[in-house]
Design a protein around this ligand. Structure first.
Ligand code: CTP
Length: 454
């Protein structure tokens, strides 16, 4: 039984009804829950319902002086182990990012010294608006865990990201946040990785680095959403390694070579693999995305670090190499910031080729039984993917047509190219691509080595 204390702040919006289910899940697991309803939240759920379910008083008004005597807002915000905002509306996120405290909920959020987890819910345009995205970046930078909203059809009839994550997913994120051995700065998944300069060898593309002592691992497999009995989940008992995001290759302490990979597709795949019951190791380049529930994540910066962590993560049943690994790194990394000397001369930038991680593990004795590469192509997508399949020695290439929608978008049109042919899918949200891919991987693994019934 978990007896941690949750302060649940419920914002306004049609998704507020899901907070009722969240309270039920939390109470069922033994959490002590105190609810705070914003004025807008009161339009969607009643204090009475929340009080009955949480078996606790529900707070709505900052200026309720009687309650100030019983419990001041400072105490209310600090007696919790975790403050959860669900649904977190665009307005609440904006106020949190700006430090505005004009009602009870925002005052508590400004006064708390406890970790904060926000589950956003809003119209898709509001979520994608640069102002909201800016606020999310600010909040994650401040150490708030901001979950990504779900994608799908919304109450307003539009389609896209903005739906409140399911209560089971929020519950899992709460458990992961509370059991995280690390400070929550930058979210459950941590913020952008601090730049660091590594002494890099230039041993050439074919040399895979040898495994090094482990980097910080975070995440908790106990956080997997509880949507089906474990052994009914299609990937239960399978171990899956995923790489995601870009790599950053330092030139000097302040400059690096990078690419535009957002990491969204790789993170969606990690989330879907965990939901399907797999044990998931996500090796992530520098991206400010939260760790999906139930996923163990290792943050890396460079291709060499990523290669080390991949080798260390083997053996696995399947490896899905979604990362956009930089092909080259600076041959020499300067320990000091390179300065202009005023002559107009440009410093020479010699490059060295990075190890090809995918091709490297295809040749390794620990080659996973199912090895999958990704390829973002702008033209001759299938021909390029076929060539890459042979060149890299993997089983499938998920070819991603980025001509119309470059990296960073919310959807993908993919073709799965293998020696058995081409499976082309319609353009789908990245979460849907991830789920479909998990079904295909589960079928393939079951065909190769059926799981033993419990
Ligand atoms: N990959 C890798 N290590 C590298 C480069 C790529 O593991 N150093 C993996 C990627 O994660 C992806 C696949 O190889 O799964 C294809 O990546 P891509 O960048 O398309 O391959 P390249 O060989 O770099 O081909 P291109 O010339 O098109 O960039």
């Amino acid at each position: 039984m978990n007896t941690s204390r949750i302060l649940l702040i419920i914002g306004g919006g049609i998704a507020a009804y899901k907070s009722i289910e969240l309270v039920r899940l939390l109470r069922k697991s033994g959490y002590v829950v105190r609810c705070v309803l914003t004025r807008a939240g009161e339009q969607f759920v009643t204090p009475l319902t929340l009080a009955a379910l949480s078996e606790n008083k529900v707070y709505t008004n900052l200026f309720d002086l009687k309650d100030e005597v019983e419990m001041g807002h400072i105490q209310l915000s600090r007696e919790a182990d975790l403050v959860v905002v669900a649904p977190a509306t665009a307005d609440l996120l904006a106020k949190m990012a700006a430090g505005i405290a004009d009602d009870l909920a925002t005052t508590l959020l400004l006064a708390t010294d406890k970790p904060v987890l926000a589950a956003p819910a809003m119209n898709v345009r509001m979520w994608l608006h640069p102002a909201t995205q800016r606020n999310v970046v600010t909040l994650r930078g401040d150490g708030v865990t901001v979950l990504d909203p779900d994608e799908g059809e919304m109450a307003c009839g539009e389609f896209g990201p903005g739906r409140l994550p399911e209560p089971t997913a929020i519950f899992a994120a709460i458990e992961a946040a509370l059991s995280s051995p690390l400070p929550l700065a930058g979210g459950v998944g941590g913020g952008p990785v601090a730049p660091s300069v590594l002494p890099l060898d230039d041993s050439g593309p074919s040399d895979m680095p040898s495994p090094s002592p482990s980097r910080k691992r975070e995440g908790d497999l106990r956080g997997q959403p509880d949507f089906a009995p474990e052994n009914h989940r299609p990937l239960y008992g399978r171990r899956i390694l995923i790489t995601a995001g870009p790599t950053h290759e330092p030139i000097d302490p302040v400059r690096y070579i990078a690419n535009r990979s957002s990491g969204k597709q790789g993170f969606a795949i990690a989330a879907a693999a965990a939901e399907a019951g797999a044990e998931v190791l996500l090796i992530a380049g520098p991206v400010p995305l939260p760790t999906p529930p139930g996923v163990i994540r290792v943050d890396v910066e460079t291709a060499v670090e990523m290669a080390e962590e991949v080798l260390q993560g083997l053996p696995v049943d399947a490896a899905i190499m979604v990362a956009a690994v930089a092909d080259w790194r600076a041959a020499d990394t300067s320990a000091q910031k390179i300065k202009k000397d005023g002559s107009g001369a440009v410093p020479p930038l010699a490059l060295a080729e990075n190890p090809d991680i995918l091709a490297g593990i295809a040749r390794s004795p620990d080659r996973p039984p199912l090895l999958i590469g990704f390829a973002a192509e702008t033209n001759d997508v299938i021909a390029h993917a076929g060539a890459k399949l042979a060149k890299k020695g993997c089983d499938w290439i998920v070819a991603n047509d980025v001509a119309a929608d470059p990296m960073g978008g919310e959807s993908n049109r993919v073709h799965i190219v293998s020696k058995n042919g081409i499976d082309s899918w319609d353009r789908l949200p990245k979460a849907a691509v991830a789920r479909k891919l998990m079904e295909k991987i589960a079928d393939e693994l079951d065909a190769r080595s059926p799981r033993q019934p419990d």
